[in-house]
Design a protein around this ligand. Sequence first.
Ligand SMILES: Cc1ncc(COP(=O)(O)O)c(C=O)c1O
Length: 359
Amino acid sequence: MALEFSKRVARIPSYPVAGGYAQDVPAVLLASNESPYPPLPAVREAIAQALVTLNRYPDPSSSVLRRRLSERYGVPESQIAIGNGSCDILLAAGEALLEPGAELVYAWPSFSVYPHLAAASGARALQVPLDDSERHDLDAMLGEITVATRLALVCNPNNPTSTAVAPERIAEFLEEVPAHVCVIIDEAYCEFNLLEDPDSSIALLERYSNLMLLRTFSKVHGLCGLRVGFALCGSQALPRALDQVRQPFFCNALAQAAAIEALGHQDEVLDRVARTVAERISVAERLRALGLEPAESQANFCWFHLGDGRDEGEVMRGLRERGVLVRGGAALGEEGALRVTYGRPEENERFLQALAEVL
Ligand SMILES: Cc1ncc(COP(=O)(O)O)c(C=O)c1O
C-alpha cells in the first residue's frame, strides 16, 4: 500500500535544483549564482580549527556571530536572526507568520522558494508581475495588500531577473505598507548592487519594526556549501518568532566559525565585487553583440530572453553538450529566457563561445 502524505506535501512545489552534481566531466557551473572563488585561506583555517570540537553541539544562539554582525551593521544583537542559509529564515518566517486565511504578496518571476511559503502554510499567495524593465512593480504590490496580508517579499536585486529597484522606492514602499505586514527585503545579492551602498537599507530598520533585511554568506562570501544566512530585523519579536518554529542548533559549528572569520575580510568582498562587475560589463557587451538584450544586472548573474522563437530547452541542451550549465527560465517562472551566473573570465568565455555556436 502506498504511503499517505499530508495534503500540504502535495501542494508544495519541488525546488528546481540545478543539474551538474553527478557529472563526471567537469562542467562550467553557471546555474546556481554561486561564487566562482573558493573560501579564503583564513576562512578555511577557521573551519579546520572548529573541526576539533565537533563532538560538542554548536552554540544554539550563534552568539559570537551575532555580536560580530551587530558590530559590523550597527543593529542590536537581539534584532539579528541566524539561519541554516537564508532560505531557512525565509521558511521559518513563512511558518511564523502564515496560516490558512492569511495572504502574502511577492513579485513574479522572483526567487523560486517564495511559492513554497503559501503552499506549506495554506496561505494565499498574490504574485505581482514585474514591470516592463523586469523590476518589481512596488505600486502594484501595494495594491494587493489587504487586512489579510501578513508578509510582503521584495527581492532586491531580484533573482532571476538580476534587476534592482532604487533605495528611495523601497523607502516609499515601506512608508505605505501597513504596520501589521512584515516586509522582507531579500538582499542575497545586495553587495553586487552598484545603484546604492549595499548597507543603505539598514537605516530603515530604525523606522520600521515590521522590516526584515535578509542576507547570506552564500553569495559574495562564497560559503553556500556550509549554509549560513542572517536577518537584520526592525524588532526583537521577529528573531524570537523565527527561533520558536525551528529546531535548536540549526546553524552548524563550522558554518558559524566560517562566517565569523569571513566577516573580517571586507576588503576581499570589495575585490570580488569588482571582479564580478568587470565580468558583468564584458558579458553584457558580448551578449548584445549576439543580438540579445540582457536585463540591467545589479547582481552576480545575468538574465536575457532568447527571442526569435528560439527554444529554451534546445539552447540549454546545446550548452550542456558543450559542458556549460546555466538555468532556463521555464523552471524560474518565465520560459524562453536564461539566467547565467558570472564565473571566472575563462568560464564566461566558454559560455559565450558555446552560446554563439548554439544560437
Ligand atoms: C534571492 C535569494 N534569496 C535567498 C537565497 C538563499 O540563499 P541561502 O539559503 O544559500 O542563504 C538565494 C539563493 O540562491 C536567492 O537567490
